[in-house]
Design a protein around this ligand. Sequence first.
Ligand code: FES
Length: 329
Amino acid sequence: MEKELQIKTLEGLVLKGDSEISILDSALRSQVNFEYSCKNGQCGACKTTLLEGDVLELQIQTALSDTDVEDKKILTCCCAPISDIVIDAEDLTALKHIEIKTLPARINKIEKKTGKIVEIDLRLPPTANLAFLEGQYFDVIGPQGVRRSYSIASSTSNKVLKFWIKEVEGGLLSQYWFNDAKENDLLRIEGPKGSFFFKEPKKYIIFLATGTGIAPIKAILDKLSESPDVVSSTNLMLYWGNREPNEFFWEPDYPELNLQYIPVLSKTHDAWVGRTGYIQGNVINDNLDLGDTQVYACGSLSMIESAKLLLVNNGLNEKYFYSDAFVSS
Ligand code: FES
């Protein structure tokens, strides 16, 4: 039988917890939004400190280092309380009015952007009344109930939800997107989810993306371009990394923003005259002042882990590194 327990935060929140449900899920059920992304222990976004009490690991906390464990860090998506606990997680106020919904959605448009990337526009029922923050993601539920998470590549002012989906070899939903999907197909979506969204800006903002990790960054930039005053005294830098020149299927075009765009190819290529290497290495080579900087990073887990370590070692305050790692389902 589930045992009812208390989850308390340093801010004074008190939530109902139980020993069979992760702290994160207990919070979400109570309409409290802690930081999270993957919900399966890999990305580390939900890392917090266990200040009092004990927890049980429901799934492996892959993203914790030995030092994290020594420092009493836990992943709220992986642990359930087995006593009353106190943690230092914050309720993200910006997400308070955001309600997670399950809704029907029809494919409005399908367009191949490259041989391996497809753009899908989904339209919702006129009564859907869906709110989300640019940067968040949705679970798309396709044929046979197969569910995958995709970041939204459009802003709330867009009439459709746009997704950029990369083909995954042997992937069940990939098969559908690349071979079978057609306009007007009926799917379901669940969301919005995740805590990757634009925060109060600092003097400098660095956006880092690899591959289709550019999608939530594009959504954030679209939103900023609709109200550029928000970042009128902020320098924006966008580093987008890909493996092949033809993977740069989108070009940022935001004349109203103070944005510098730096495409980076991972290796030298005959058809490429631009930057090469790791995007995080390019940031360091650019000698940016990281002291008054925010970073929004989205893409592969390896890029995010490496970028965070490198940038924090070079003066970035760890709490201003916001990330959304693409991890396997
Ligand atoms: S590790 Fe918990 S949300 Fe990713």
